[in-house]
Design a protein around this ligand. Sequence first.
Ligand SMILES: *Cc1c(COP(=O)(O)O)cnc(C)c1O
Length: 414
Amino acid sequence: MILANDNFQQLPVSYLFSEVGRRIAEFKSRNPEAEVIRMDIGDVTLPLFPSVAKAMRDAIGELTDSATFRGYGPEQGYPFLRDAIALNDYRNRGIDISPDDIFVSDGAKSDIGNLGDIYSKECTVAVMNPSYPVYVDDSVIDGRAGDLVDGKWSRLHYLGCGPENKFLPSVPDEKVDIIFLCFPNNPTGEAIGRDDLQKWVEYARSNGSLIVFDSAYEAFVRTPDAVRSIYEIPGASEVAIEIRSFSKTAGFTGVRCGYTVVPKSIMAHYSDGSVVSLNALWNRRQTTKFNGCSYVSQKGAAAIYTPGGQHDVKAATDYYLGNAKIIKAAFEEIGFKAFGGQDSPYVWASAGDGRDSWELFGYFLHEFGFSTTPGSGFGSNGEGYVRMTGFNSRENTEKAMSRLIEKLKTHNSK
Ligand SMILES: *Cc1c(COP(=O)(O)O)cnc(C)c1O
């Protein structure tokens, strides 16, 4: 028998989403007439934009004709897409990023994990608490997390986020090598302002750290001071990698396409002291282990940058933000503390009366027939919170929230 990667042994079975599903199924079997509204959806629901769909059909047309057929494309992505990204997402916004800093991928999740190939196993890692679970689990699989002691990994640095710091982590007192930041944040829904992110860029510059900035939700930013790209902060292009995805921006969760920006100005050193750019290492990694994202997906992604595509991104993200606003207002009306929802499709809410995440999950499911995601599944600081998303339809969102308001009103007037 083969020797297995021991790092998997301590990895807790991710039971959060299966447990949510199991409890909803059990509730439905006991209450067959109840219509459960999913307020915990972690996936987009609107269909592809017509302009994107047309570009993808045209691309298939090209692949169907021997005169225009294409096989393997460049591992880094087609120039038409890298150029469109550099121009529209960066240069037109006054940020100096060039097409060869951009690596097109099949989505953000795989890149977050794959980046671990280019920095040392010795590097220490910091994650926000609560956070998207992928940063933690990838660190465990790669052997950077240490041992699980009382629910925490011994080598990970946890950046505590709560209402006391407006869910914005403070820079550590000691040096940490790799820092995962995600803004607008999943699960808290909070965005970060320029001054607050500036502190992190300064920290990384003075400590020789690398920031991995996950901005999967940048298209939802509406607050003028909230950051869409870390490269809006001066000096960031020497210390930060940015990860982006078309998944939440343009409904690509099933199509698959995203990109990672590794500016050529980020330098690293080998243990013998010789210096290398992370861009060169990532390029080497990708050309060895990745054969590119499909031509059809990349043609679809390029259509997002046409005026029609940009209009549709705005309309789709406005729709989800509108749902999030309804959810947040309803939770505030019933006296919960609610966060996010302004620059993000996520609303993060707590009763503030000691009820834990699973109690709240059960309360909303049994009393009002809608599901939430227990915040404790995102880290110990998520205890006492539930996450709701704006990804359901407007009709269902309104229905779920009016059940909440109406029932509590009737209850209070008795
Ligand atoms: C959805 C999500 C991703 C994954 O995006 P894909 O491109 O679909 O892999 C990455 N980061 C965060 C924070 C997400 O919520």
